[in-house]
Ligand binder design. Sequence first.
Ligand SMILES: *Cc1c(COP(=O)(O)O)cnc(C)c1O
Length: 359
Amino acid sequence: MSNIFELATPGVQGLQPYQPGKPIEELEREYGIKNAIKLASNENPLGINPAVVHSLQDINRYPDGNGFVLKKALAHKHGVNMDMITLGNGSNDILELIARAFVSSTHSIIFSEHAFAVYPIVTQAIGATAIVTPAKNWGHDLNAMKAAINDNTRLIFIANPNNPTGTWVDKATLKEFLETVPVLVVVDEAYFEYAIENPDYPNSLNWITDYPNLIVTRTFSKAYGLAGLRVGYSISHPDVANILNRVRQPFNVNSIALAVATASLNETEYLSKSIALNRAGLQQLMTAFEKMGLSYIPSLGNFLAVDVNDGAKIYEALLREGVIVRPIGGGYGMPRHLRVTVGLPSENDAFLQALRKVL
Ligand SMILES: *Cc1c(COP(=O)(O)O)cnc(C)c1O
């Protein structure tokens, strides 16, 4: 057994690990900088809501592997049956469960150019074929995605809105797509709570009983401000949920995450505050970009992709100013852009000031 690397499956050998945003502590350690700000991972800048942090109990016990209380609360909130809900260790967990359960190495998965980086990773990890359709105005081209379906296609990933572009698919287009597409369609709504402000943005859950091949994923990581806890979920036909339940780890969502996520569903004030802060922050950034003559992609998320000509270079220069954003050249194929997460007004200001300086 001379080369362990060669024992891995071909897909896994070719994988590049997901590249997360640079942690604040790492920047401060490496560059000797203090008080750095991070606008690199679409996290909620409000911090945790103190009202939901009362749940550090009973961690000597295993969690409820079925997540009854959280599922019941979600079912009530969304007006669906509990047997349609699958909980995940973040919605990333769900995306991977879906691929593992329904797709094998002889099958293909369709997603768009510039789409969320997790789609190519899960596809390659299971040895399936990725069919990447060209983007249209940076967004998903659903006609191209439909045309790309072949006999081996099992799954289509649609991020709505998409990360890192912030682009979205409107109601009529998505409905028409679902009406005709014969394979499983995952509509990844990680930014739903921000996006639903736009009247043209579809809440796919409205169609969940019409299309048994539709799987909607949501998360507590963004507007609910719980990225570090790792809780996400899908809503689907009960048969899909039944299949996912067979492949998930028995205790894939931990007890603290279950308790805090459940409590956070009642915290409507924190949620509205997050959404309002995001709306104002997007406006603040867009106004400044326009003044600076920088073009950006209109976004329904909590982030903007802005064209700075040379993303890698400006990313590095911003790090030296103590500001972490996300370069999206490599995996996302957008070398001219940077993705910046909406922060607190003061963080947005600090970012803009640093950006003016380094440009
Ligand atoms: C952030 C994000 C997720 C959510 O990830 P979690 O695992 O729930 O933290 C899913 N999809 C997209 C497109 C995202 O940007």
